[in-house]
Ligand binder design. Structure first.
Ligand code: SAM
Length: 593
């Protein structure tokens, strides 16, 4: 975790170059997005910032004229060895462009996040040093808030954690005194200043939310150094001490962190917090990205991986949101948090009324061409007529559909907040998932996410029947994810990896029961052990077992190939798959002899 420990020094450091004109005329972007100081002072750069923030078209539009941004390049030495350069487009501000052709699966950039923070819900099972998810973490004895997987991680994080540790310790004590019942129950500043902020163009209500965050921050910063004469009162920190001269500057900084943060995730894409990297924040967005930001190995930084071939001069685009969401939700998220309307090819396609987006469509039962129709307006009362891509129409009971979709979203929201009760959720999903699957394909929202959650709640499977059920759920999820994500997206790899590992599990003594289900064979029960402890099988059982193991090996190889491209040839998921694969191949080999 990073803190504001060196804020004052680093702000001082960044003020000098800003005053001497980092934003030169040859680099309009750096003056456009400018420094917080310049914007607050009301220089001409203000207008440029507002223009960039309210742009409504995508950087991905072919033919958009771009200009190089050498001053921004100079700010980021990590860019020098990468095949990327900063250019500015009139529609989306600065962005990163390929200086040579890049093939799918290549790691384009590796960098350490400047700031990383584990979210509250994940604090107790995630190391705040390397951000790996681990059951064996020890908490910081002083603040009792952060956890570490090793003494080494804790030592390395101490320089960052020291000030916040003091603040958290004091805040914990104050909170316990205020709520005794509840307590019993339970870088580089120049780069930061260069991040885009939308503070000035935000609607009033959003500004108020930001202002409340600023107040929290001021209290938090002062908490580490109590007033000796009044230690029980928390006074907001004097931000002038940190180099801020106006409230707007502070709003700007909080807004910039919100616009430029990334989901911090484990090697298998499980979200555990937020990370900020001013360098990675230079990537513009597309809902059909050609690159992804991943954290393939705990503690080894964030990697930007190409998921399709990128030609020289093409903009490298990542996605700021979950690309499997329907158009309306993607647009809402992007407008609310990032202040722009996306006009990427996927969003543009939504205007084609003859196209049923796999993320938001209904199955046309009995359609010979497997056609689908667009989900009607869920505010519609009663039956709605839906046109299938085969041109025929079918009807849908809208209130019933709305009810199912909303129940699904509510389960997902509980899961995101960390308030999900697993046994209640399991019983809800056992009836909800098949009902939704009768109406929509697995690629549609929220069915795709529910299939994954249902499988997760049944993992590790307790019986061979459950094992087969998990494999079936994940087979559907993988099929859905392929349709709702760009090719080679690591999410598909992670689903395939989970499925393959479940198939290879030894449940009820019947190895690869899910593999049996996958090839339509009965589960093979062992007939006992021989004198060497080897499992004995009848000839028929041996043949079935061979098929099961072959199915597992096939699934593991498919997953491995998908993860290779999605994570840039390496990472925890790929390594894990390799070790399971070696075991299954060895077993298959022995059985064949
Ligand atoms: C993380 S920053 C990306 C870098 C930014 N262009 C800059 O100059 O610093 C996010 C901001 O870039 C702009 N942006 C990113 N992708 C865009 C797109 N597809 N269309 C329009 N604006 C975009 C928006 O203003 C957004 O809030």
């Amino acid at each position: 975790m990073s803190s504001f420990a060196s804020l004052r020094a680093s702000r001082d450091a960044r003020l000098a170059p800003t005053r001497h004109g980092v934003g030169s005329a040859s680099d309009p972007a750096s003056s456009a997005s400018g420094s917080a100081t310049a914007q607050a002072a009301g220089t001409p750069s203000d207008q440029a910032v507002v223009t960039a923030c309210t742009s409504t078209s995508s950087a991905a539009i072919a033919g958009t004229t771009t200009t190089p941004s050498p001053a921004t390049m100079a700010l980021f030495p990590d860019l020098a060895p990468s095949p990327l350069e900063v250019r500015t487009s009139p529609t989306s501000g600065r962005g990163l462009y390929a200086t040579r052709s890049i093939t799918a699966g290549s790691t384009i950039l590796v960098t350490q996040p400047l700031v990383g923070a584990v979210s509250t819900a994940n604090l107790q099972q995630t190391c705040s040093g390397c951000f790996s998810a681990s059951k064996k973490v020890s908490r910081c004895a002083a603040c009792k808030a952060l956890h570490y997987c090793s003494a080494q991680c804790q030592r390395q994080d101490w320089a960052q954690h020291k000030t916040e540790c003091a603040a958290l310790t004091r805040l914990r004590g104050m909170w316990a005194r205020a709520y005794p019942d509840r307590a019993r129950a339970g870088g580089d500043w120049t780069q930061v200043a260069n991040m885009e902020s939308h503070a000035k163009s935000l609607p009033e209500a959003d500004k108020m939310k930001l202002a409340s965050q600023v107040q929290h921050l001021r209290h938090y910063l002062s908490a580490a150094t109590p007033d000796p004469e009044d230690p029980d009162t928390l006074h907001p920190a004097d931000m002038a001490e940190y180099g801020f001269t106006s409230a707007l500057e502070l709003l700007d900084m909080c807004s910039a962190f919100s616009v430029n943060s990334f989901t911090l995730s484990t090697g298998d894409l499980t979200p555990v917090g937020v990370a900020t990297s001013p360098l990675c924040a230079l990537f513009n967005h597309s809902c059909e990205p050609n690159a992804v930001v991943v954290f393939p190995r705990a503690g080894r930084g964030m990697h930007v991986v190409a998921i399709s071939d990128i030609s020289q001069g093409q903009e490298v685009l990542t996605s700021y949101i979950d690309v499997s969401l329907p158009y309306a939700e993607r647009q809402d998220d992007l407008l609310e948090r990032y202040g722009f309307t996306c006009a990427c090819p996927l969003c543009t396609r939504n205007a084609d009324l003859g196209w049923a987006d796999p993320r938001w469509c209904l199955l046309h039962r009995g359609c010979k061409s497997g056609g689908r129709g667009r989900v009607p307006n869920l505010r519609h009362d009663g039956q709605a007529t839906v046109r299938c891509s085969c041109t025929k129409t079918f009807t849908v009971d809208v209130p019933q559909l709305k009810n199912l979709v909303e129940s699904g979203k509510s389960v997902l929201a509980q899961d995101e907040r960390g308030t999900l009760d697993p046994s209640t959720a399991l019983s809800t999903l056992t009836s909800l998932v098949p009902r939704l699957a009768g109406l929509m394909p697995p690629s549609a929202h929220p069915l795709l996410q529910l299939l994954r959650l249902h499988a997760l709640l049944l993992t590790p499977p307790a019986t061979a029947v459950q094992q087969a059920e998990v494999a079936t759920l994940l087979t559907a999820a993988a099929q859905g994810a392929r349709e709702s994500h760009p090719e080679n997206h690591p999410t598909v790899g992670v689903i395939l990896a989970t499925r393959a590992k479940v198939m290879a599990m030894d449940v009820d003594g019947a190895v690869g029961a899910a593999g049996a289900a996958a090839v339509g064979r009965p589960v093979v029960a062992p007939q006992g052990d021989d004198s060497l402890g080897r499992v004995m099988l009848s000839p028929e059982g041996r043949r079935a077992k061979l098929d099961q193991l072959a199915a597992c090996v096939g699934a593991l190889r498919d997953a491995s190939a998908a993860c290779d491209l999605g994570f840039g040839h390496g990472g925890e998921v790929s390594e894990d798959l390799q070790s399971v694969l070696v075991g299954c191949e060895r077993e298959l080999d022995m059985l064949r002899r």
